[in-house]
Design a protein around this ligand. Sequence first.
Ligand SMILES: Cc1cc2nc3c(=O)[nH]c(=O)nc-3n(C[C@H](O)[C@H](O)[C@H](O)COP(=O)(O)O)c2cc1C
Length: 213
Amino acid sequence: MSEFYEVLHRRRDVRGEFSGAPVDPAALRRILGAAHAAPSVGLTQPWDFVLVSDLGLRETFAKHVHTEREIFAASLDGDRADTFARIKIEGILEASLGVVVTYDPARGAPDVLGRHAIADAGLYSVVLTIQNLWLAATAENLGVGWVSFYREPFLAELLGIPDGIRPVAWLCLGPVTELAAVPDLERHGWRERRALDGAIHHDRFTPGQPGPA
Ligand SMILES: Cc1cc2nc3c(=O)[nH]c(=O)nc-3n(C[C@H](O)[C@H](O)[C@H](O)COP(=O)(O)O)c2cc1C
């Protein structure tokens, strides 16, 4: 039990600490097995995992992410722009592997049990597989970094993902020199974590709980 909580709190989003050493194939299999064990709406398991090791594909993606970073940076002023300039947002080339997790809303459709009223329930399932993958990788002493600075059509085209299937995340995966104790965004003064008590409500949602907005 305590080991589980230790892994959960040790998990970190990694950008700068990838060593580039290869991922043990047996560990990768265990991690993907953990991801594939996630709960899913109507037992649809609407995810797939595209393992990207090809350097050319990773370089092309990294260039696209750089362009998207510049678009976001251009929307910032003054101090925010300066702070963002110091933050690394991806380790696409430094990581050993890219894992692109996709969402197929057509899997198990049309009668998906539990999705008739909440279309996003399919997407929630994919996010759960990602969280399983992230925690399992942490338990294997590997790092994961989620990259979302991309346009879905670009990544779909790059990896030959069929129409209608969405690339939900590009995950950088691999051995790391360390897992930082504090999230990068907090370390760089971008944003602080909220206290738990500010997130707990009793009976009714109370707006304006203490902590950062
Ligand atoms: C949906 C999602 C998208 C994210 N996209 C990025 C990203 O593009 N680049 C990045 O550096 N971190 C990204 N992150 C990581 C968050 O910045 C990170 O989880 C947060 O700062 C808390 O840090 P921690 O995960 O180390 O606790 C993303 C996380 C999530 C859940």
